[in-house]
Design a protein around this ligand. Structure first.
Ligand SMILES: [Zn+2]
Length: 178
């Protein structure tokens, strides 16, 4: 009697484990499609605004050394985003990140031999402000443990402009905002 209950208990326990792992797989897939849809919506909006005719497809990949990167595929472009990276970005930062990658797409389709980070950001800055790009680079560098030079990415003039903004003390009106 005592031992006959054991197989049933084992069966119940393994069924519970199966359910837990079964549902966590579903959650993970959901999470990937939520990220994919969030980024794809921004991509579709910004490609239209940059007059990029080529299709750009977002895919969420387990890891990407650059966190986010774009590659030409057959007749399209593929934007590969590391799983979870977009979760740490607010909508404005994500828009800036996408705008930068679409900057590379724009260069690919207009001046393929001029591909640089600074030029990709010049295209991005048609749609997003340089301070959001600077904020995004801070996050990227913190994540990758690398300290990059903002002047190399945004151009010396823009980087100087941002540095001088930081040096200006807050205006009296600003300090009265609750
Ligand atoms: Zn880039």
């Amino acid at each position: 009697m005592h031992f006959s209950a054991l197989p049933l208990r084992v069966l119940v326990a393994s069924a519970a484990i199966y359910c837990i792992s079964g549902s966590s797989v579903v959650v993970a897939q959901d999470h990937v499609s939520v990220q994919q849809a969030r980024i794809q919506a921004i991509v579709d909006d910004l490609t239209a605004r940059l007059a990029i005719a080529d299709a750009v497809h977002v895919s969420i990949v387990p890891s990407n050394r650059l966190l986010m990167s774009v590659e030409p595929a057959e007749l399209t472009f593929e934007l590969k985003v590391e799983d979870g990276w977009a979760d740490g970005l607010n909508d404005t930062e994500l828009k800036a990140a996408v705008a930068h990658e679409l900057g590379h797409v724009w260069i690919f389709t207009h001046h393929p031999f001029l591909q640089t980070e600074q030029l990709a950001n010049e295209v991005a800055m048609r749609l997003v402000s340089p301070n959001v790009l600077a904020q995004l680079y801070e996050k990227v560098w913190k994540h990758t443990n690398v300290k990059g030079d903002l002047a190399r990415f945004l151009g010396p003039e823009v980087a100087r402009g941002l540095a001088s903004l930081e040096a200006v003390p807050a205006s009296p009106e600003a300090s009265h905002v609750p």
